[in-house]
Design a protein around this ligand. Structure first.
Ligand code: BEZ
Length: 234
């Protein structure tokens, strides 16, 4: 409808629901993913080089994300047969950056009508009105959007960063901590800021293994093993 606007979902919102046809059959989103984290991501078009490099990289990392209870779901404004042909080409013909014979096993949504892309604010007309930008939505097991990243068409994503962000958010949940700049598992984590003058004093005098740079900025050790033991699927 002309002039119809859709509010873009934001961090903390419930993931907008949709039913869609994918390369792995029909999906009911986010309902059928409840209990797991899911990364819903868009790419501009099939049979394009940056997208091909991204899909190969993401497919190679799928098991690593699955081990952290996270499923992957892709989307572009292309039809199902284009998706199938492109994924077959990737598997049969493309050898790139040491990767070959790569099978994309996660669902890729066909969204010719742009219904899902519009719901999620993946069409950003200043960049393109016919192609989705490179959007990434991190959605937790309760179907709440926890992080959103947007990249322009020309910029391939860093999938190690997506994994780092996932593990950091899961660590924050599991251990009630926050993670500082450039954090990676094994680095010190941030203890929640003192909420009162009493707790600030207590914290500065605490014998707990904390390092305080000032009353509002304290860190503690949290080993990679402790994190992974709690987060990774047994
Ligand atoms: C690509 O994936 O290579 C691409 C797609 C759309 C615009 C520019 C690059």
């Amino acid at each position: 409808m002309e002039n119809e606007t859709t509010a873009m979902p934001r961090i903390g919102d419930k993931a907008p629901a949709f039913k869609a046809v994918t390369t792995q059959g029909t999906i009911n989103f986010p309902e059928q993913f409840a209990g797991d984290w899911v990364i819903l991501f868009s790419h501009p078009a099939d049979f394009t080089p940056v997208c091909t490099s991204e899909f190969m990289t993401f497919a190679m990392m799928e098991e690593k994300f699955a081990a952290a209870n996270c499923k992957l779901v892709g989307l572009s404004i292309d039809g199902l047969y284009s998706h199938i042909a492109w994924l077959r080409t990737i598997k049969e013909k493309i050898e790139y950056n040491g990767m070959k014979d790569v099978e994309v096993k996660f669902p890729l949504i066909e969204d010719i009508t742009m219904e899902v892309a519009n719901k999620y604010g993946m069409i950003q007309p200043g960049e393109s009105s016919t192609k989705a930008v490179r959007a990434v939505f991190f959605i937790d097991g309760k179907s709440t959007i926890r992080a959103i990243i947007y990249y322009p068409l020309s910029l391939g994503r860093n999938f190690d960063e997506l994994y780092r962000a996932l593990i950091a958010m899961q660590t924050a949940n599991a251990f009630s901590v926050a993670t500082p700049a450039d954090w990676n598992p094994g680095d010190d984590v941030i203890v929640p800021t003192a909420g009162s003058c009493g707790s600030a004093k207590e914290r500065m005098e605490s014998k707990e293994e904390m390092k305080c740079y000032d009353w509002f900025f304290c860190t503690k050790k949290l080993t990679k093993e402790t994190i992974m033991e709690k987060i990774l699927k047994k």
